[in-house]
Write a protein that binds this ligand. Structure first.
Ligand code: HEM
Length: 382
């Protein structure tokens, strides 16, 4: 076996490889890099390192081992960046929860992006510091995801789900910033008791979930994970999709419940005097009921997936997420018993986000089997 046969050309874009295996041409005319099209018009895709070192193959159309290393290193770093961005976003979300729970949303007044009309406020109260920290940390998340997008376009070929995922991440991040700015500019913060604020909170939570979902899928696709597809997924599709949708609605109902607690317990607003607070407090009963329903639906989806493939990654992820949900039910009960102290609210929010990430990964594996390969594709030797 010669050296070329020993090192078959593989597609390392696990999520986005074309169905036909790649086979770099041996001639200069058909020179092709990684992620190029097999057959037909050949478009070179030459990796370059961030430091501008060329990975461009010369002669023979082969990507030299050096170029290959640059490409793999780029993708390895991308994966780390994507998971890092997800972890950072989680921290920003938790701090956002603290801003809401501590009633500090008006710490910078109704000013945005300035804080109390200044870039750096001179007389800062505790609320101002809490709100300002949230603005700075969430502001840093935007350049972070822009780097992620640029890197995705650099390291993964056209049509790759990694590129699409990173584009969605940026879109949801911009939307998240817009909702945050809207909350401040329309004064839907601190102890403002209006029914419109309940809608703001629910939409904020839904967008946060979509952002986390996009980040999770981008990182998952970059390490070769399957992507969810409804088409051709049979009964699994509606079941798993319904469970995810149920989680979204449950999260939104939790955000409304949290608002009721902030106003009634944190702000001390009397439901007898404030009809909006009375409505929100009245709605609190439905959140735990909905939680039991959604956990039941999710358990059904996991059972269905496990029956078909008991030892698969989807079954494992489903069980882990289900266990987190059971923990969450207990945390929710203690939350109600202790009248929602702030640290417990943050624990409840963190577990919610972990459940959502687990559910997205479960859906990706349950609905994505057979769509993309987990292992590098071997080139045909024909
Ligand atoms: C899988 C199950 C559950 C999920 C995914 C969930 C999700 C959520 C979310 C997203 C929030 C808003 C957090 C925030 O914006 O800070 C919330 C709040 C809340 N939830 Fe749940 N919840 C679940 C189960 C429960 C249960 C079973 C109870 C009660 C028995 C409960 C009680 C509460 C309370 C009292 C709040 C308001 C205080 C706070 O923010 O922690 N939850 N929930």
């Amino acid at each position: 076996m010669n050296a070329r046969a020993k090192s078959p050309h593989r597609c390392y874009d696990f999520g986005g490889c074309p169905v036909k295996p790649l086979r770099p041409a041996a001639t200069d005319a058909g020179r092709e890099g990684w992620g190029g099209e097999a057959g037909g018009a050949r478009r070179p895709f030459f990796p370059r390192s961030w430091r501008g070192r060329p990975g461009r193959p010369r002669g023979g159309g082969y990507l030299r081992p050096y170029g290959r290393i640059v490409m793999l290193r780029d993708r390895h770093r991308f994966r780390r960046l994507a998971w890092g961005a997800l972890a950072y976003t989680l921290l920003v979300i938790l701090w956002g929860g603290y801003v809401r729970a501590s009633g500090s949303g008006a710490g910078c007044g109704a000013h945005w992006p300035l804080c109390n009309g200044e870039v750096v406020p001179r007389s800062a109260t505790a609320e101002t510091l809490i709100e300002l920290t949230h603005r700075v940390t969430s502001g840093l998340a935007l350049p972070l995801v822009l780097v992620l997008l640029a890197w995705a376009f650099r390291a993964f070929p056209k049509g790759s789900p990694v590129r699409k995922g990173a584009a969605f991440v940026v879109a949801f991040m911009v939307l998240e910033a817009a909702v945050g700015a809207g909350l401040v500019l329309f004064e839907q913060v601190a102890y403002n008791a209006s029914i419109g604020r309940a809608y703001w909170m629910a939409s904020h939570l839904v967008n946060t979930f979509l952002l986390l979902g996009a980040l999770t899928l981008t990182a998952h696709a970059a390490r070769g994970g399957a992507m969810p597809r409804l088409r051709g997924s049979g009964r699994r599709g509606p079941l798993v999709g319904g469970a995810l949708l149920g989680l979204l609605v449950l999260g939104a109902s939790g955000a409304v419940t949290a608002l009721g607690d902030t106003l009634a317990l944190g702000g001390g607003l009397d439901p007898a005097e404030e009809p909006v607070v009375a409505t929100l407090v009245g709605l609190r009963l439905y959140h735990p009921l909905l939680a039991c329903l959604v956990v039941g639906l999710f358990a059904w989806a996991v059972y269905h997936v496990r029956r078909a493939d008991p030892g698969g990654p989807a079954a494992f992820l489903g069980l882990v997420t289900l266990a987190l949900m059971l923990v969450q039910l207990a945390v929710g009960l203690v939350n109600v018993q202790l009248r929602a102290p702030i640290p417990l609210q943050l624990v409840h929010l963190l577990v919610t986000d972990l459940i959502w990430i687990g559910a997205v990964l479960f859906a990706a594996e349950a609905l994505g089997a057979g769509q993309y390969t987990r292992r590098p594709l071997r080139a045909s030797t024909a």
